[in-house]
Design a protein around this ligand. Structure first.
Ligand code: NAD
Length: 544
């Protein structure tokens, strides 16, 4: 599927298109540049010689050729390219269109910087702009926008452009679309977060050449809910799919479950060229990814996350594994998926406590690197604490998930194998994992991360690396969606410290923390003395 970037003249289509093409690992096509290259004339000269009609014919031809390319590209369009209904139908059939919206003042400023380049804004009587304009003056832009208001208003995927850095506009486009690409750990892979992901699955699977047989791994909740939908997509592609159901929950993230998957792969005759599917939360994803990493020395897998937690966090990044009785995730491998498709409509069946677990990771991501995510929290608070229905449209919900996930994407792009900055994603996890361990998973992963993050913020304040009041602010965020923030009463301090010392992030005999400095900033490699840890826990429990 191509990505078409559309919008009025001056909205930055070429600049944003180029950034997105680089991020998505695609070729970039600037349709105006293609027309100029093919005619060896500037757009302005084509308008002068052939009029708008002549230009539109050339534009239509160039669009047909670009859309016919089987390799997905990012294509920036001229500001009137989709006025023609045939052009629009072609773009909609061959990809997604994102409209860049900008206010008159922003557009005027940009147009004024390059007077005469855009013919409809500087040449009298050649097109929709009937009034002879002075190049770069305000009226023509306003007039063009008003004449095209209905047309421009009809594109559902929209991003507001203003004088923010183009990279930030590109971030917003990716959140609206839910399209990402992760590279740096083996083969690059695409991530799609959309409200109707399963309906579009075939489009994204086809380039993977997955062979004719597969196994879909789910758990006792996800397989009955969504197994047949995914199976139907695969069968329509001529792929024979066997379903394997694991017991649900962290207690079953064991090597026995992995063995069950190896047996299923054996029975289904899964070969090296085949792909297996994980359909579920982080437990199903971690287990299936690990079974895929180890089957025949590594086969490809596709992740279809169905919990908020796995969509924003566990389902991406390529860490796979299983637990041992001695500790969480002690067995594992880096083995990235070949594709991740998060169909956010599956969240409608998610129990409320699983929403909270996912929000714990989303709030963690806001603290690590995107405080803007917190603007969604009032909607989640009303949903989870006041029992109202979720006041987010399916599109807004998908955009929230995509934006929350993007924090992790940006970090794992920089440091795929956790040699440095990726450790920031462990915020709240050093204490959190220990809590899960000591309570034998009586405290869920998200709850443990919420508690762990608040406690780690307290530590950060205690050692003077965080601003005063940070822990209280973070505590309020987690509480607003009904997550716990205090250590469970009666938790054994020695057991907690022991669990942390087994934590795999221990290096050189030290437990290293990622500690928050402010909302939006985390410092990694922070060493906390045993004494300090003990005091904090005791104080906590006394307060409780
Ligand atoms: P989970 O997989 O246990 O799912 C939680 C529950 O929700 C399960 O009962 C599941 O059956 C149910 N469920 C899933 N999707 C559903 C849906 N759409 N409707 C109804 N019920 C549904 O847990 P999780 O919270 O998704 O993931 C936690 C796991 O992820 C932990 O094991 C954690 O260690 C791991 N994790 C891994 C990474 C990583 O980078 N690999 C990162 C973070 C967490």
């Amino acid at each position: 599927m191509h990505l078409f970037i559309y919008g009025p003249p001056g909205s930055g289509k070429s600049t944003i298109g180029r950034i997105l093409a680089a991020r998505l690992g695609r070729s970039f096509v600037d349709l105006d540049a293609v027309i100029e290259a093919s005619t060896r004339q500037s757009i302005r000269d084509i308008f002068a010689l052939e009029g708008e009609r002549g230009f539109r014919l050339r534009e239509q031809k160039a669009l047909r050729e670009a859309a016919a390319d089987v390799t997905p590209c990012v294509i920036s369009l001229g500001g009137g390219a989709l006025l023609d209904p045939d052009n629009r139908a072609l773009a909609e059939a061959s990809g997604e269109i994102v409209f860049l919206q900008a206010d008159v003042a922003t557009l005027e400023g940009r147009v004024a910087k390059r007077p005469g380049v855009r013919p409809l804004l500087s040449t009298a009587g050649t097109g929709e702009c009937k009034t002879p304009p002075a190049a770069g003056s305000g009226k023509p832009v306003a007039q063009l926008l008003s004449e095209r208001a209905e047309h421009y208003g009809s594109f559902p995927n929209r991003v507001m452009v203003s004088d923010i850095p183009p990279e930030s506009t590109a971030d917003a486009v990716q959140a609206v679309l839910g399209w990402y690409r992760v590279s740096g750990m083996g083969n690059a892979y695409d991530i799609h977060v959309v409200a109707d992901g399963f309906a579009r699955l075939q489009n994204w699977l086809e380039p993977l050449a997955i062979g004719q047989k597969t196994v879909i791994v789910g758990d006792a909740h996800t397989l009955p809910l969504y197994g047949s939908r995914v199976k139907a997509v695969l069968e329509a592609m001529g792929v024979q799919a066997s379903l394997v159901m694991l017991p649900a929950g962290e207690a079953h993230k064991t090597i026995d479950a992995v063995r069950q998957l190896w047996n299923a792969f054996l029975q289904a005759g899964i070969e090296r060229k085949n792909v297996v599917f994980a359909l579920g939360g982080g437990v199903v994803g971690d287990l299936t990814g690990f079974a895929a990493a180890t089957w025949l020395r590594g086969i490809r897998w596709v992740n279809l996350p169905t919990t908020l937690l796995s969509m924003v966090d566990a389902g991406i990044g390529g860490k796979t594994g299983a637990d041992l009785p001695e500790g969480k995730n002690l067995i594992g491998a880096f083995h990235p998926p070949a594709l991740v498709v998060s169909d956010t409509s599956t969240l409608t069946s998610l129990p409320l406590h699983e929403w909270r677990n996912g929000l714990a990771e989303a709030i963690k991501h806001a603290i690590i690197g995107d405080p803007a995510l917190l603007t969604y929290m009032p909607a989640f608070s009303a949903f989870l604490k006041q029992g109202e229905s979720l006041a987010l449209t399916p599109r807004a919900c998908a955009a929230f998930v995509a934006q929350a996930m993007a924090v992790k994407v940006r970090i794992i792009q920089q440091d795929p194998f956790e040699k440095g900055i990726r450790a920031a994603l462990n915020l709240g996890h050093t204490i959190g994992h220990a809590i899960e361990q000591v309570t034998h998973f009586g405290v869920s992963h998200g709850e443990a991360v919420a508690i762990g993050t608040v406690q780690e913020a307290r530590l950060a304040e205690e050692i003077g690396s965080a601003e005063a009041g940070l822990a209280a602010r973070i505590e309020a965020l987690f509480s607003s969606v009904g997550l716990p923030t205090a250590l469970p009463i009666g938790l054994s301090v020695p057991a907690l410290k022991e669990a942390m010392s087994v934590d795999k992030k221990k290096a050189d005999g030290l437990v290293r923390f990622a500690l928050p400095v402010a909302v939006g900033e985390v410092r990694i490699n922070q060493v906390i003395s045993d004494h300090m840890l003990g005091v904090l826990v005791h104080v906590q429990q006394r307060e409780a």
